[in-house]
Design a protein around this ligand. Sequence first.
Ligand code: NAD
Length: 423
Amino acid sequence: MSLLSYVHPTTDSPWGTYLSQVDRVTPYLGPLARWAESLKRPKRALVVDVPIELDDGTVAHFEGYRVQHSLSRGPGKGGVRYHPDVTLEEVMALSAWMSIKNAAVNLPYGGAKGGIRVDPKRLSVKELERMTRRYTSEIGIIIGPQQDIPAPDVNTNAQVMAWMMDTYSMNTGATATGVVTGKPIHLGGSLGRVKATGRGVFVTGREAARRIGLPLEGARVAVQGFGNVGSAAAELFVQAGAKIVAVQDHSGTLVNGRGFDLAVLIPHVRETGGVAGFAEAEAVDDEAFWDLPCDILIPAALEGQITAARAQRLQARLVLEGANGPTVPSADDVLAERGILVVPDVICNAGGVTVSYFEWVQDFSSFFWTEDEINLRLDKIMVGALRRIWDTADQHHITLRTATFAVACERILTARAERGLYP
Ligand code: NAD
């Protein structure tokens, strides 16, 4: 039975969305199109049972995954997600988007992703640690500083990465800081990593806004997902003179036309776990989020949020995809028809993996850079990558998403063709 027969993608499901994105780029690949089928097949997928003893003495089993979509350009690289909706199909799509993203910013990596189907909010810290350690042990046969390097994603953080690094190191007999990125600073982590994805969203958003003549001073920004990515991006937009007029997370949707005071909202979310209950705002129905007046929309939660119907109602001029896969293909068409510019996930949220790459390089050289150096290099790489993508979009009259896929697929398939087929 082939790996692909285990998943049943629909048009708007994550893997179905990815396949449709690959189909859209194939006409622009020239002779490399011969290799395009390899983009539609993950190289390797590992499904693991993660049994742990709960605090009450019972045993619980969780299903975990690590998918390496492509290793043509270097080791696998991509985050680990803990969420009750994680499936093999979702992890396949997320790993494929990592291949595209890493190639789009020209990092020397392939693409990988991992996850466990679990609601981590129901576990104690000790249970979370046991689950992380057992998962790391189970996927230990395919990860490593030169093989595949995990990082944080939804519901995972620096502490989870520290447990992963320690478990891998214990099993291999040597401290291997380069096996994961997004670690705590004193364990080989990098300055600037925590906010890097949000910073990348801001940098690409700043460049896109400049190109369409949208001043950031006074711009109204709506953010879905107020976690690591959404809150960091929001802070930088506010620093640039924009105001956050709407926020939505799993706990609710809030509106404040005068602009949220993030110095109060961020501690509220940290302390209570969500935006709900924040006093200085009006709570509205979740669905109302999609037609609120705003200039910039930042989806920074989960996949499949911008459907064709919601795309018809958006008021924004610019969509910055902090999340992976937030827009389904049919919605992409609606947004293009309506002249709403989308900076796609595969470049917009690449700031995190770019600073992860810096972290990995610093770990190998055991020489650490200042935060200013990191932020400057990040800015330069993101601006350069976006410029190249924009040129490709202008040349072929295609969307930024298809252009990003064109640049990235050309790099991946060139590596594929140059390496040749083994044996
Ligand atoms: P996080 O766990 O820190 O935050 C996730 C946010 O999404 C939370 O605010 C949560 O309340 C919200 N959310 C969850 N379900 C929701 C729902 N149904 N409706 C509205 N909001 C909902 O995760 P994160 O690291 O900020 O990741 C967010 C997105 O960014 C994901 O798509 C992730 O893959 C992507 N991403 C993350 C990174 C990174 O470095 N962390 C890098 C690239 C891409």
